[in-house]
Design a protein around this ligand. Structure first.
Ligand SMILES: Cc1cc2nc3c(=O)[nH]c(=O)nc-3n(C[C@H](O)[C@H](O)[C@H](O)COP(=O)(O)OP(=O)(O)OC[C@H]3O[C@@H](n4cnc5c(N)ncnc54)[C@H](O)[C@@H]3O)c2cc1C
Length: 280
């Protein structure tokens, strides 16, 4: 693999580099390097963002938190704002890779990589994240749900890059993040489930069970309208399962993935004491 490594000093220079269709941003490199080594991608220019200090900022915006594109998972874990205001993102990060991966990998890289198994993506979908995008036509903002359009696919066009992601503070919601994998550490999930709950309001998102991380909007509305007492619980869980479209792959069958989601939801919402959940 041969490529030119570019290390711009300003965002203006970064934008210039990205006008080349064959250029790719290097943040932590934990996805990009693996993909280049396997031949899945072969950029001629790799553009590092490590010298761009403004992309390393975490800012408190009042109701929201802005996370720059070069902020690593470990930096997020050490951030007081995150510790106090986004328990769901911290719970997801704790389950990501190893210490080495968290020291290099970024939450924005997780978004740009657009994997349906993205753990930080799942937490950010629940936090109604908005992606801040910079490009030749200026700045634009898009919800994370519409920004990721398929496995490895986003709405980014030539010359555009993600500058930051802005998430809602969710410290007044109860939160839960569950990752079901073939082993406890360093695994890509068979299914992942994230829940936020505040009284009659609930937000639910699922990973690894559809082409993208999905929010169960219909089931959420059902929960608020009908509650989950008695027979309603089964109906609620089936509405959640309707929002997913898993496939068979080397890690699990689609049937098994549906069963995992069904079983975990019954545990979470049916039996408050099971699984150590703090949602119900
Ligand atoms: C051993 C191992 C274990 C892992 N475990 C997990 C896990 O448990 N959960 C999980 O979700 N992921 C996991 N990953 C995947 C990876 O660590 C994450 O997706 C990480 O968040 C990627 O961030 P990065 O900064 O390393 O991205 P990079 O690899 O630098 O970039 C990823 C992609 O995004 C693009 N990109 C990066 N930043 C920008 C930007 N600002 N604007 C536009 N495009 C950009 C790059 O060009 C590239 O295409 C694992 C990876 C490895 C190697």
């Amino acid at each position: 693999m041969t490529f030119k490594l570019m290390i711009p000093n300003t965002e203006g220079e970064l934008q210039q580099e990205l006008m080349d269709d064959e250029a790719r941003i290097l943040a932590g490199g934990t996805d990009l390097m693996v993909q280049m080594r396997s031949g899945k991608v072969a950029p001629t220019r790799v553009v590092s963002i490590k010298k761009l200090e403004r992309l390393k900022e975490i800012s408190d915006l009042g109701e929201r938190i802005r996370i720059g594109a070069a902020v690593t998972y470990s930096e997020l874990q050490r951030s007081h704002i995150l510790q106090e205001k986004s328990p769901i993102l911290l719970k997801a990060i704790r389950q990501i890779g190893s210490l080495q991966i968290r020291n290099r990998g970024t939450a924005v890289g997780n978004i740009a990589n657009a994997s349906p198994a993205g753990d930080a993506v799942l937490a950010m979908v629940l936090s109604e994240a908005r992606v801040e995008i910079m490009g030749p036509k200026g700045e634009r903002h898009e919800s994370i749900e519409s920004f990721i359009i398929g496995p490895g696919r986003t709405t980014l066009s030539t010359g555009e890059y993600i500058r930051a992601v802005v998430i809602e503070k969710t410290d007044d919601w109860q939160s839960l993040f569950i990752k079901v994998g073939q082993r406890n550490a360093m695994c890509i999930s068979v299914a992942s489930i994230g829940v936020l709950r505040k009284g009659k309001e609930v937000r639910l998102a699922f990973g690894s069970v559809a082409p993208v991380v999905v929010r169960a909007h219909k089931a959420e509305r059902f929960f608020t309208r009908e509650g989950i007492d008695g027979t309603k619980l089964g109906e609620f869980v089936e509405r959640c399962v309707e929002s997913i479209s898993p496939i068979d792959d080397v890690r699990a069958s689609s049937w098994y993935r549906r069963q995992v989601v069904r079983g975990e939801l019954m545990k979470i919402f049916g039996h408050p004491d099971v699984g150590g959940t703090d949602v119900t």
